[in-house]
Design a protein around this ligand. Sequence first.
Ligand SMILES: Cc1cc2nc3c(=O)[nH]c(=O)nc-3n(C[C@H](O)[C@H](O)[C@H](O)COP(=O)(O)OP(=O)(O)OC[C@H]3O[C@@H](n4cnc5c(N)ncnc54)[C@H](O)[C@@H]3O)c2cc1C
Length: 488
Amino acid sequence: MSKSVIVVGTGNAALCAAIAALEKGATVLLLEKAGKDLAGGNTKYTAGAMRFAYDGNADLLPLVREQDDPRLPKTDFGSYTKDKFAADLLGFNDGRDLSPEQKVLVENSGDTMRWLASHDVTFEPIYSRQSFEKDGKHVFWGGLTLAAENEGVGLFEMEMAAVQRLGGTVRYDAEVTGLIEDQGRVIGVQVGDESLFADSVILASGGFEANEEMRVQYIGAHWDKAKVRGTPHNTGDGLRIALEVGATEYGFFEGCHATPMDLHMADFGGLDLPPSERKNYRKISYFLGVMLNAEGKRFVDEGANFRNYTYAQFGRAILEQPGQFAWQVFDSKVFDLLYAEYCFHDAHFVEAKTLEELVPLMTGVDAVQATQTLTEFNSAVDMTVPFDPTVLDGKGTRGLTLPKSNWAQRFDTGPYRAFPVTGGITFTYGGLKVDGAGAVLREDGTAIEGLFACGELVGGVFFAGYPGGSGLTSGAVFGRKAGIGAVC
Ligand SMILES: Cc1cc2nc3c(=O)[nH]c(=O)nc-3n(C[C@H](O)[C@H](O)[C@H](O)COP(=O)(O)OP(=O)(O)OC[C@H]3O[C@@H](n4cnc5c(N)ncnc54)[C@H](O)[C@@H]3O)c2cc1C
């Protein structure tokens, strides 16, 4: 007789778990807290970018649907080895070794992409954000090359279609409120008063980023005001109900992915907006200018690295500033290089012909100190090095206590613009400990029989930051493992 599996959630991790379990012959029911419109969790809000190890064009091309794209023959994807992926993760580990979960992620990333492709999930190169043109070629940088066709919504739809083709069933408006145990084994879930039973339960209900109380409890006091970039439904329910049956907390609970966002965006990501508008509240061109806090001071090295490697920490850094906001300041020399989100019709900014006129327009900022900071910055810019935004150009400041290491240009060509920003939380890093089959572990290392977890709920994958595009890959890798583990 086929095994029965309940999957909690319908995001990327849940759908991968469901596909894997269905492939193994299980009967699968997915329970989703949201209605049909908001099903798919944070997955639907993403750009669909997925980071994975590959050896070169030959590895990538079979994953791309649009094989006739005239740019393809002129594209150099480079290679992104497992060692490079591991090194990128290590770069965010604050001195920690690669965790067992990170090793699993790296080792299985390429294979999992091919597995998704075998279920008709197709991808497209991220030409606009991850490549530049050089000598007539499209050259990719940073190891992040592909996104699901039609971004996060496309990923959700393609994975959901695979689930339905394989015979999975989905119930919306079904909030899982507890687990049912029998002699230490999980045998089902509660949806309010209703009890539903299965051989295995896979929790794929995301992190606790949308739960203000848990953010303050685990991440820190000033996280109450964080904007939530994604779904309002990831309120830590899976974590809570797993802890109730003896699971152990695991991973970096103080950590989360957060990014600079427009200070005046809504409190949650709006799926009601078209994707092209939704993502425009993000403000990540800071590397082309400087960021000033309420005291009129800079507080990060805006040019420390490519923005892929810094934006997640800088969202946090902004929330740690007085008043939980900052202003991003740009000279007109870079207006054309700012991402489209800065010209978006609902982008908030102030503009003035001179810095003297601009500074008082930056509400909440100490104008005297801000002027001094910008003057000192201008004097410190190394004018001997040419500006080149396509590489780490080494055009930095000299002599500032807090340097800007790359892409430092003087503020000397008005008009100038300043954009008010805050930190938007994307997802949390702390979660549950799972074994190699995705089973949830107790503190003593034993598995809770019948209980599996994947996606944002898995701890130990990210610490001080994350190389962009690893969240979805992690969800797919651990989702697939949990799906197989729940059946075998
Ligand atoms: C704006 C934004 C952009 C992003 N861009 C990228 C990107 O390009 N690349 C990348 O790798 N990552 C990106 N991420 C991160 C990525 O979204 C997550 O890593 C990934 O989607 C998590 O997948 P998941 O399946 O674990 O969770 P989710 O996709 O959030 O799914 C969780 C599901 O569980 C449901 N749920 C919650 N509680 C319950 C309950 N009690 N009962 C039933 N269901 C419940 C939720 O409604 C939701 O459907 C982005 C995130 C955001 C917010």
